[in-house]
Design a binder for this molecule. Structure first.
Ligand code: ADP
Length: 273
């Protein structure tokens, strides 16, 4: 049990006996030039939680995932991963200091991301795509990485495609390779950015089925941006509704989809459901 002197008990956002946050945004600002996309954004995701971000286009959802993946850096505030600063730390007096590239890279290896457009390396075979980071970032031997990649290909139903090039695969198959590639790094956090938006409707379900299976069989923390509301409802522990870079509603999926409280959420859901 945390005691009043336990730092975990007094950390902002901590509740007695609550699981530890693995992702924490504290007063995060992100601007692109004069465009302030996120302002004073505060939220956290607990270890093992599946959190879906919904909201109109342009409300900052993808930017949040890209910040966690360190593809973008916040222009204000800090982001903590498992209590450790991701790209910037705050010094006494509030001065923001950027971490070294090496420190940032070390945290980034704990996080995987799957993109809308798959982003596979076109000049590499499927298995080369999957083992690239385990070998070059984690230092695994090629034999070990290949064996694991082959297992993962089996899990995503592509055991026979190891030596194929991405261009010879369908969109759904390429996305399954991208999922296997992200899992090959054994991520603690998996970021899913509209992973079915570029797929033909008839193959959306095959990709969602694999993600559902990952959600059911692993304890990977997931932060998801999706327009697939049924999927969001099925896999999420919590849904955050964004508008204009702020959270307008934060609730469990049942409440969010059947009894939203905010007018903006009601309007958004009426348009997409
Ligand atoms: P969503 O995922 O909710 O659709 P985004 O996070 O993609 O929203 O975009 C939020 C805002 O940030 C938009 O106004 C978008 O134009 C802007 N934005 C995103 N990425 C960039 C970028 N690299 N450069 C300039 N503006 C950007």
């Amino acid at each position: 049990m945390p005691t009043p002197t336990d730092p975990a008990a007094t950390a902002p956002g901590a509740r007695a006996g609550a699981p530890a946050p693995i992702i924490e945004f504290r007063d995060v600002e992100k601007r692109f030039g004069d465009n302030v996309v996120l302002k004073d954004l505060n939220f956290h995701v607990n270890k093992g939680e599946r959190v879906t971000l919904i909201g109109p286009s342009g409300s900052g959802k993808t930017t949040i995932l890209r910040l966690v993946m360190t593809l973008e850096e916040a222009t204000g505030g800090i982001i903590l991963i498992d209590g450790q600063p991701l790209t910037h730390r705050l010094e006494e007096g509030g001065k923001r200091v950027r971490l070294s590239n090496r420190e940032i890279k070390r945290t980034r290896t704990r996080i995987g991301m799957v993109f809308q457009q798959f982003n596979l390396f076109p000049n590499m075979t499927v298995i080369e795509n999957i083992i690239e980071s385990p070998v070059h970032v984690l230092g695994q031997s090629k034999t070990e990485a290949r064996s694991k990649a082959q297992d993962l290909l089996g899990k995503v139903g592509l055991a026979d495609k190891a030596d194929a090039h991405p261009s010879s695969l369908s969109g759904g198959q390429q996305q399954r390779v991208a999922i296997a590639r992200a899992l090959a790094m054994d991520p603690e956090i998996l970021l899913l950015d509209e992973v079915t938006s570029a797929l033909d409707p008839e193959i959306v379900d095959e990709v969602l089925g694999i993600l559902r299976n990952i959600a059911e069989t692993t304890d990977i923390t997931m932060l998801i941006v999706t327009h697939e509301m049924q999927f969001a409802r099925d896999v999420s522990d919590r849904v955050l509704m964004f508008d204009g870079g702020s959270i307008v509603e934060d609730s469990d999926p049942h409440t969010m989809f059947t009894a939203p409280t905010h007018d903006r959420t009601k309007k958004f859901l009426r348009a997409v459901l």
